[in-house]
Write a protein that binds this ligand. Structure first.
Ligand SMILES: [Fe+2]
Length: 203
């Protein structure tokens, strides 16, 4: 059934074409209604929900990453598109939040001398970000993960990590894994799309 899936570009284009956070949060991924699934809002933002939890930046953070949203030329690997919103706890989108992403290559190694698989972007007027990258490899002691910092001007930077739902065994064996940081991952015809919405403590 893979031929019924949208490409990553089509899916992201549909998502970006939405004109409100409510519509965008419910964008259908799949081209055929019978197969369509509605993306859950991850995590739900609202009065009963807290901000996205923080986690350690780990030993491989390099400050001053370049403005870059497409990492595909940085290293070979399985195509992965990471998208989502930055919102406050009342689900209001935060424009111009800086989302800084860094992660291991497919073999689990970080580029600690340059900026391969490292880059940042600002959210758009609807609080959205989109990265094109690859699926990171695992490395000893760690399940598969992305590292992220979300910076909103005048606020404390949110430093956290994102996890892959398909790695249940490795996730459960990683002492810092937290299910609240699981992405929603869907298949596209040409790779995978991961969705995670960051909820920050901003009025
Ligand atoms: Fe890491």
């Amino acid at each position: 059934m893979a031929n019924h899936l949208l490409t990553r570009r089509q899916a992201v284009g549909r998502w970006l074409a939405a004109t409100s956070i409510g519509i965008a949060a419910r964008t259908l991924w799949l081209s055929y209604p019978a197969q369509a699934q509605v993306l859950p809002e991850t995590p739900s933002c609202g009065p009963d929900d807290g901000a996205t939890i923080s986690q350690t930046e780990g030993p491989f953070y390099t400050p001053h990453s370049p403005a870059k949203r497409n990492f595909r030329a940085d290293a070979p690997g399985a195509a992965f598109t990471l998208i989502g919103f930055v919102t406050n706890k009342r689900c209001r989108p935060i424009a111009n939040a800086v989302v800084d992403l860094w992660h291991a290559d497919a073999s689990g190694a970080y580029d600690n001398s340059g900026f391969r698989l490292r880059g940042h972007q600002a959210t758009d007027a609807l609080g959205r970000y989109v990265f094109e990258t690859i699926v990171p490899g695992m490395y000893p002691g760690r399940t598969r993960h992305f590292h992220v910092k979300v910076a909103v001007p005048g606020q404390r930077v949110l430093t956290t990590q994102l996890y892959f739902p398909g790695d249940a065994r490795a996730n459960s064996g990683d002492s810092i894994f937290d299910h609240r940081l699981l992405m929603r991952v869907d298949n596209a015809s040409d790779g995978k799309i991961g969705r995670y919405d960051f909820v920050v403590n901003v009025a």
